[in-house]
Design a protein around this ligand. Sequence first.
Ligand code: AP5
Length: 215
Amino acid sequence: MRLILLGPPGAGKGTQAKTLSVKLAVPHISTGDMLRQAVADGTKLGLEAKSFMDRGALVPDEVVIGIIEERLHKPDCARGYILDGFPRTLPQAEALSRALTTLGASMDKVLSVEVPEDDLVKRLTGRRVCRGCGYMYHVDTNPPKQVGSCDKCHGVLYQRDDDKEETIRHRLRVYREQTHPLIAYYDKMRLLRHIDGRGTIEEIARRVHQALGQG
Ligand code: AP5
């Protein structure tokens, strides 16, 4: 299955994509994770991306499109994938459509995960991520058993640089201006399903499975 998870920062795309990827046995492809890895590795791509990411701006289309085109040609994508955080602009969506045509493939569904803006800010300011395995916690709604340590691998938990309130507000503006128009784009292609992103992680997972006809 080929799937796009669309939604504002903090909507729970990454949280849902991680479990869904195991359930569907397809890779979870997050451009945010790939870019953060490049920053951590100190590569040329990472150095270029960092200044955009730190201020909550989008990395230029041609850079992100290049990364995704390369990734979709890897053998593990043959049975499908979950795209999380891509596409984020109309040129990215159009490039994805062209890449799929070249590969002789098509998108199955686009899930738009929708959450009120005040909740998004609370989710993001409280997010903590494991440096070891990438598992996500929230200081109030999904805390680790021991403060600062991952339940799964005992890795150190950290707060993302772009999860400061001012940067979050900017990311939300960028989402409204540049990414929200993709909802109409995919609706027109009859691929869009709306998901109410409020409630517990398990409730949302059930809605996702239902939208995919698996619930
Ligand atoms: P990216 O990493 O993609 O960030 P994002 O889209 O802003 O999304 P987030 O990861 O912040 O949120 P999420 O929806 O995945 O929520 P999560 O599951 O973590 O991108 C970062 C940056 O990289 C961008 O700003 C840009 O600079 C660059 N970039 C990436 N892709 C790009 C592209 N295509 N083009 C250009 N630039 C690009 O959940 C958030 C928190 O809420 C967690 O703490 C979680 O535990 C908690 N939570 C989840 N679900 C629930 C729930 N149901 N109830 C309560 N809490 C919950």
